[in-house]
Design a protein around this ligand. Structure first.
Ligand code: C2E
Ligand code: MG
Ligand code: MG
Ligand code: MG
Length: 288
């Protein structure tokens, strides 16, 4: 696992943490250089519409192959980019790469796709963020209406009015907003209706016991109803098994994403197939 260093650092005691600090400051230095050199990549993970089982969108995930350390996971280098003051450059580069790839996919598949990128807290509340995104979309000749910005609910919670203003400005420019990792932060359900969001990405923790616990199934069913009421489309994250996929289809979940359907991959690998999903993942047997 490429992210083992991070989790080891988190799990272990002090000695490891010191090592991790040293690694972190090295990453901060090297990331700036890699960004300037154009060494950052993105991989795209398909998002599947249900019940059509067509790929309706892709999420762009940043990838960094460090010249000596090898692949560094985004959960490690995104905070490093924030610390090093290069999060804006990182975000702009990811957006540029994501839109270029989305053009390739749209040409290959001959139908419209949506493309999503993630935004960190420090980036979202930075000065002029919304304008910068809208200008970058124009430069990439990518329609804002087919662009999704994924922001975690904890960022919205922590950043307060500044985050809400930025999201509102982006939405006014036509950009779609997705609440990422929903259910993991200190989300206050009482304010779900105030979130300026088109999509709600249900964190994969909701799926862990989905197929074995009827209480869990009931909770997801109720959340789907709640989001439908609020005109938010739910995307279930982290679908790994056919059983989870079948149950989500039965519950009427509108979209899903996860290793069961496809891993994050370079654009060429995605563009190479039609992504008629039945050719890739066998359809789930009907319940009857
Ligand atoms: P996220 O936005 O929630 O992205 C989903 C993460 O779950 C990705 O990890 C993806 O590879 C992984 N994943 C997808 N399907 C499955 C599954 O079925 N099972 C499991 N166990 N995992 C699955 P990744 O690529 O390591 O990214 C981790 C996080 O780093 C992302 O979580 C996002 O918050 C952040 N991130 C990634 N790229 C960027 C970026 O360009 N900018 C910013 N600010 N953050 C980014
Ligand atoms: Mg995301
Ligand atoms: Mg997510
Ligand atoms: Mg997640």
């Amino acid at each position: 696992r490429t992210d083992s260093a991070l989790y080891a650092a988190k799990a272990a005691g002090r000695g490891r943490t010191v090592l991790s600090e040293r690694r972190r400051s090295r990453l901060v230095d090297d990331l700036a250089r890699s960004l300037a050199a154009g060494d950052l990549r993105v991989e795209l993970q398909p998002i599947i519409g249900l019940p059509s089982r067509e790929v309706v969108a892709v999420e762009a995930l940043a990838r960094w192959d460090h010249p000596r350390l090898g692949p560094v996971p985004p959960l490690e280098f995104v905070p490093a980019a924030e610390d090093g003051g290069v999060i804006d450059q990182l975000g702009t580069e990811v957006l540029r790469l994501a839109c270029a790839d989305a053009h390739v996919l749209q040409r290959a598949w001959g139908r419209p796709v949506h493309v999503g990128v993630n935004v960190s807290g420090r980036e979202l509340v930075g000065l002029g963020y919304a304008d910068r995104v809208l200008r970058a979309l124009e430069a990439a000749r990518w329609p804002a209406s087919q662009f999704v910005l994924e922001v975690t609910e904890s960022v919205v919670e922590a950043s307060g009015p500044a985050a809400l203003r930025a999201l509102a400005a982006l939405r006014a420019g036509g950009v779609r907003i997705a609440i990422d990792d929903f259910g993991t932060g200190y989300s206050s359900l009482s304010r779900l209706d105030e979130l300026p969001a088109d999509f709600l990405k249900l964190d994969r923790q909701f799926l862990t016991s989905l197929t074995t616990s009827t209480r869990r199934t009931g909770m997801v069913r109720a959340l789907l109803g709640l989001c439908a009421e609020l005109d938010m489309l739910v995307v279930a994250e982290g679908v790994e098994t056919p059983e989870q996929a079948r149950l989500l289809e039965e519950l009427g979940c509108p979209a899903a994403q996860g290793y069961h359907y496809g891993r994050p991959m370079p654009v060429a690998a995605l563009a190479a197939t039609s992504w008629r999903l039945d050719d890739v993942v066998p359809p789930v047997a009907s319940g009857g």
